[in-house]
Design a protein around this ligand. Structure first.
Ligand code: G3H
Ligand code: ZN
Length: 278
């Protein structure tokens, strides 16, 4: 069933467990994430990023399909718009049935990020939609998404109070789009942030973080664990193997079907891992 973000994260915070949030690029991702969550019998977040929308050249088809799958799921499933920088896209997503939005103002100056994020929160809350946001105070090529960026607990506290967000993405040592799972996080900082901030904390770029560190991260206070690249690697490895082994294959179902099953298995495994972290 379609669920709100806090509806799924609040019980996880209380249980000191984590919730997997997986990026959706194509329909097969969304099916695999739902099937994996149903197999694990655990709640899940399906996230459609602004970049995925740009890839499809349209929000509606991918979002409506994801909402339909979530609605028909046997487990609570949040449909979340991810890394949205365009306020119009937030409005469109809310109108189409997204239950959660990450507004990413991390590249804006602090005061502007606070003002725009607070506007987004007002609009979303009016429609019963939860908002995740991120504060960015560290520059550099990847800004707050760089592995060296760190969120300061007192700034996080102020940002949450000033914007009214429902969840906060924090910079604690991860970095997006890693294909090696070897990142070590600043777990002491996670503990300090979790004491300072009274909304669930979100880890971005979790693909580079190995299983044991993900478990420690959840124990230290992270709740929503965003994973994208790792599932893409799982899907692509399966497709590559199938096409290499069977050079005459032309029916996409013959290589996408097994790849989708592999992704569903990995979603099930990760959801179980994160939920047992506490
Ligand atoms: O918001 C999405 C996530 O941060 C995914 O990052 O592809 O590095 O796992 P990742
Ligand atoms: Zn992210």
């Amino acid at each position: 069933m379609l669920a709100g973000l806090r509806e799924v994260l609040d019980p996880a915070v209380a249980a000191h467990s984590g919730v997997g949030a997986f990026n959706i690029i194509c329909l097969e991702h969304a099916e695999a994430v739902i099937w994996g969550a149903e197999a694990a019998n655990l709640p899940v977040v399906l996230q459609v990023s602004e970049n995925a929308v740009l890839y499809h050249r349209s929000l509606e088809p991918i979002l409506i399909a994801t909402v339909a799958l979530a609605r028909n799921a046997d487990v609570p499933a949040v449909v979340h718009l991810d890394h949205v920088t365009d306020v119009e896209l937030v409005h469109a997503g809310v109108a189409l049935g997204a239950t959660s939005v990450m507004f990413d103002g991390s590249r804006r100056p602090y005061d502007e990020n606070v003002a725009v994020t607070a506007d987004v929160v007002r609009h979303c809350h009016k429609h019963g939609v939860d908002v995740e946001a991120e504060l960015g105070e560290i520059g550099g090529k990847d800004g707050v998404h760089a592995a060296t960026a760190r969120t300061k607990p007192h700034e996080a506290q102020d940002f949450v109070a000033d914007t009214g967000v429902d969840a906060l993405a924090v910079a604690v040592g991860s970095s997006h789009a890693q294909t090696e799972r070897s990142t070590r996080l600043d777990l002491g900082l996670v503990e300090r942030l979790s004491e300072a901030v009274d909304v669930p904390l979100v880890l971005h770029g979790s693909s580079g973080v190995p299983d044991d560190e993900l478990v420690r991260a959840v124990r230290a206070g992270l709740t929503k664990i965003n994973i994208g690249t790792h599932l893409n690697a799982t899907l692509t490895r399966s497709v590559r193997d199938a096409l290499t082994d069977q050079a005459r294959l032309v029916d996409p179902r013959k290589y996408l079907g097994p790849a989708r099953d592999k992704v569903a298995d990995e979603v099930e495994r990760l959801l179980r891992l994160l939920s047992k972290s506490g």
